[in-house]
Design a protein around this ligand. Structure first.
Ligand code: APR
Ligand code: PHB
Length: 393
């Protein structure tokens, strides 16, 4: 097989790239190791920045997002017995939208199929060669070993993919921070405590109250990084959710069946550079953020805008400047999102070894930020999303 751009991974990054290239007449093939079923149902992130929503509208991917997404003008933070609301709409004229990652993955995969795009599910890339000149990807599909030749290779295969390790060790550098806690994620059949997201700091740990619909709560509890679900019987979950949310007017914890639960570790990680020869990394294959800032899916799509612009400028205008500066364009934004995600994480999670001074200091930081217009605006600007480059040259 041969194509112009080979894309490994049918997550938000890979599928968006395939669609944007198609809009401008550039061919691609997407290789995805998992099944369509798995990719379009696994529970992942759920918050879209304004930029992400605007982009998906501009490129014809937002029909379901506009019907079923939940737009939020504000976001709430509880700490020290009080609830603070950041009105993003009033402060900066922007908002965020709740729409589950697996749904936008399904929407994009379905649009690519409708448009005759090639996405091979259950096709695992096993080897990469020729990165300096003519890349070739070896993959298994329908029980056979096959090869895909291409002009460019987009490594959109997440943290555990094979693209990044295909770069020579000597050119790469990793920047890493593992946090001393994880998140217990819960999907609950109950009306969420508020129409908006609530981030709660408390002495016994952080909790986040999000949603997937008006009747479906998505909640997260800070837990120890090596914790097990066995340690979290339902009564403990409810008691911690209730205690960490606290008593606030207008916020009500509604109980319901716990439909799904899982513990995930938290880390910040960046691999530089994001390109080597004809290989370009995007999304989780190049960087991970802790979920507190809700940046993972948005960063993946922002990388793709830069990559699509660079590839289109090459094919349409025979120019290579955007390809050459791809890493710098992405990393300028990535590092700011890394900082914001780290900041929200460290500000909102009391460490398990915190002494009384640490807790008082943390409350003081929260009061400094949320008690000031400038602080609220800073949070709003970063939360609703920093500017993204245009996806076309
Ligand atoms: N061959 C083919 N596909 C692969 C391979 C491989 N060797 N390795 C990984 N993949 C696929 C995975 O199965 C997955 O579907 O690559 C895809 C990568 O998708 P994501 O992990 O969703 O990564 P990305 O598109 O960068 O989106 C980032 O995902 O983890 C969340 O919080 C993160 O929201 C962020 C988003
Ligand atoms: C989610 O709804 O899954 C979600 C929302 C905001 C976050 C993290 C996760 O910061």
């Amino acid at each position: 097989m041969r194509t112009q751009v080979a894309i490994i991974g049918a997550g938000p990054a890979g599928l968006l790239l395939s669609h944007l290239l198609h809009l401008e007449g550039i061919q691609s093939v997407v290789l995805e190791s998992r099944s369509y079923e798995y990719c379009t149902t696994r529970i992942r992130a759920g918050l879209m920045e304004q930029n992400t929503v605007d982009l998906l509208n501009e490129v014809g991917l937002a029909d379901n997002l506009n019907r079923f997404g939940l737009p939020h003008d504000g976001v709430q933070f509880t700490f020290d017995g009080a609830c603070h609301r950041i009105d993003m709409q009033e402060l900066i004229g922007r908002r965020v939208t709740i729409y589950a990652q697996q749904l936008i993955v399904k929407d994009m995969a379905d649009v690519r199929r409708r448009d005759g795009g090639t996405i091979l599910f259950e096709a695992e890339a096993t080897a990469i060669s020729g990165l300096d000149d003519r890349p070739v990807v070896t993959f298994t599909h329908e029980g056979e070993l096959k090869t895909l030749e291409c002009d460019f290779l987009a490594g959109c295969d997440g943290f555990h993919g094979i693209s990044r390790p295909a770069m020579p060790e000597a050119v790469r550098r990793d920047y890493d921070r593992v946090y001393p806690f994880g998140w217990l994620g819960l999907l609950i059949a109950a009306v969420p405590p508020s129409e908006e997201l609530v981030y709660s700091h408390s002495d016994s740990g952080f909790a986040l109250f999000s949603m997937r619909s008006e009747e479906l709560t998505r909640a997260y509890l800070q837990v120890r990084p090596d914790d097990h679900l066995d340690n979290w019987p339902a009564e403990r979950i409810w008691s911690e959710l209730r205690g960490r949310l606290g008593d606030h007017e207008g916020l009500k914890l509604n109980e319901g069946e716990i439909l799904q639960q899982a513990i995930t570790p938290m880390r910040s990680w960046v691999s530089e550079p994001m390109q080597y020869g004809k290989l370009f990394l995007a999304g989780d294959s190049a960087h991970i953020v802790p979920p507190t800032g809700a940046k993972g899916m948005n960063l993946a799509m922002a990388d793709i805008c830069a990559l699509s612009r660079a590839l289109l400028d090459h094919y349409k205008n025979n120019r290579s400047g955007y390809l050459e500066s791809y890493t710098k364009t992405c990393l300028d934004r990535v590092w700011r999102a890394e900082h914001f995600s780290w900041w929200m994480t460290t500000m909102l999670h009391p460490p398990y070894d915190a002494n009384p001074f640490d807790l008082k200091r943390q409350i003081a930081e929260l009061r400094t930020v949320f008690g000031s217009d400038a602080g609220c605006r800073l949070v709003a600007e970063n939360y609703a999303g920093l500017p993204v480059v245009p996806w076309r040259p």
